[in-house]
Design a binder for this molecule. Structure first.
Ligand code: APR
Length: 276
């Protein structure tokens, strides 16, 4: 496993002591919430967006008017979705399609099962938290597998909406509205229901475990500061410094898989079996 400047990751005694302190903080928290980003899925073979090997670094960020272009011509947007012409869309699509949850996703799901995480907000559209068995997942940027009606906001599994390439865009089985992929594209407002649920989760949290995000995209990047302003603590997991590092209460420098797995081990050791 590689870390900052590609040095192989080593769980040094110093880092292990920091992870143990973070586990104590997490286990002691009244209500902890997690926030994750693309970095958590790097070990599942999905590139991040920014930094070395990032999708935007490689292909450039797409134009900010993706949503306006969808509204102007939803049929054309659907033709693009069904056979992507954009290199970044194909690259991301292929990486997400073949990806499986990694030890980082599994450790977070187990922390939830043990009662140490009340909710998880993810910026990732890759569905890997759900596949890892995480239950309380808030996908603030949507889920690549799902479809969403722009009129009634209903979400659908792909097979639930008939898609006829000769008759695009597909329509909502409930209200007849235009159906779009659930992924929140550039320029699109975050769906009100998931945003409300994220704010509710953040407002009630006294601890936020942040893993694999550059903390540069809002509104998600604001959430850790909300917790800090309310007197709570923030634990960051990232092999490199991020926008959040200076403000974080504890910043664990390492990749998500091994660091979150070790955090889980310490949390388990700190929790009497009858409490699980
Ligand atoms: N484990 C943990 N973190 C990692 C790992 C790893 N193995 N590898 C890289 N990282 C870190 C990087 O250091 C970086 O800080 O993950 C972060 C990834 O940052 P971004 O690529 O900016 O991803 P993210 O923060 O999720 O981007 C937010 O931007 O483009 C939009 O919609 C897109 O949801 C995305 C949003």
């Amino acid at each position: 496993m590689t870390g900052p400047s590609d040095t192989p990751f080593a769980l040094t005694p110093g880092l292990d002591a920091e992870i143990r302190a973070a586990a104590e903080t997490l286990v002691r928290a009244r209500r902890a919430v997690a926030l994750t980003g693309a970095g958590l899925s790097v070990e599942s073979g999905i590139p991040p967006f920014r930094g070395p090997g990032g999708i935007w670094t490689k292909y450039g960020e797409p134009p900010m008017d993706g949503y306006q272009r969808f509204l102007r011509d939803p049929a054309e947007a659907w033709r693009e979705r069904l056979s992507p012409r954009e290199d970044w869309m194909r690259a991301l699509g292929e990486a997400v399609r073949d990806a499986k949850p990694n030890p980082g996703h599994l450790a977070l799901a187990e922390l939830e099962r043990r009662g140490h995480l009340a909710a998880l907000i993810t910026q990732n559209i890759d569905d890997l938290h759900r596949q890892a068995g995480h239950v309380q997942v808030l996908e603030i940027h949507g889920n690549h597998r799902l479809l969403r009606c722009l009129a009634c906001n209903a979400r659908y599994e792909p097979h639930a909406v008939p898609i006829d390439p000769a008759d695009l865009p597909p329509r909502c089985p409930q209200c007849g509205g235009v159906v779009k992929g659930d992924i929140v594209v550039f320029g699109e407002p975050i769906p009100a229901d998931v945003l409300r649920a994220c704010f509710r989760a953040v407002e009630s949290a006294d601890c936020m475990l942040v893993a694999g995000t550059s903390a540069t995209v809002y509104p998600a990047a604001e959430f850790p500061y909300e917790v800090l302003r309310a007197g709570g603590v923030v634990i960051e997991v990232n092999p490199d410094e991020s926008e959040l590092t200076r403000a974080a209460t504890i910043s664990l420098r390492g990749p998500g898989g091994p660091v979150l797995s070790r955090l889980l081990e310490h949390a388990a050791a700190l929790t009497p079996p009858e409490a699980v």
